[in-house]
Design a protein around this ligand. Structure first.
Ligand code: HEM
Length: 115
């Protein structure tokens, strides 16, 4: 499925916001997701949560998609590594909508007041 020109423009417009606030969004994302879906706490590495490594990795990945929306081929290696990691953790298709819901809610944070 190809993206419409309008969707591409909207995604592009998010790149500067993600560059500046990506980790604020992903920190909020994990807090919300774990409070509403505590069963997922078991599959994430608690140390990577504490150090912020996980929040940074997700923020970087989402930013990379937005910044390369015209040239997604540039992400092939990164996407393959991420896919292998999720397959090795046995992440199930039905878990993706949970992540998608909380990620989009994180993006609707009022970042202007979050300085
Ligand atoms: C929109 C979909 C998703 C994206 C973009 C994404 C992105 C990422 C990235 C970038 C990493 C770090 C990879 C690395 O360290 O090299 C990661 C790790 C991980 N992801 Fe995802 N992910 C997604 C969906 C999910 C889902 C649905 C689950 C399960 C509920 C999940 C569970 C994990 C786990 C357990 C790790 C290992 C992190 C750790 O504990 O250190 N992810 N993900």
């Amino acid at each position: 499925m190809s993206l419409s020109e309008q969707t591409i423009q909207i995604v592009k417009a998010t790149a500067p916001v993600l560059a500046e606030h990506g980790e604020t969004i992903t920190r909020h994302f994990y807090q919300q997701m774990f409070s509403q879906n505590p069963e997922l706490l078991n599959i994430f590495n608690a140390t990577n949560q504490k150090t912020g490594r996980q929040q940074a990795a997700l923020a970087n990945a989402v930013y990379a998609y937005a910044a390369n929306i015209d040239n997604l081929g540039a992400l092939t290696g990164a996407v393959q590594r991420i896919a292998h990691k999720h397959a090795s953790f046995n992440i199930l298709p039905e878990q993706y909508p949970i992540v998608g819901k909380h990620l989009l809610e994180g993006c609707s944070l009022n970042l202007i007041t979050d300085s």
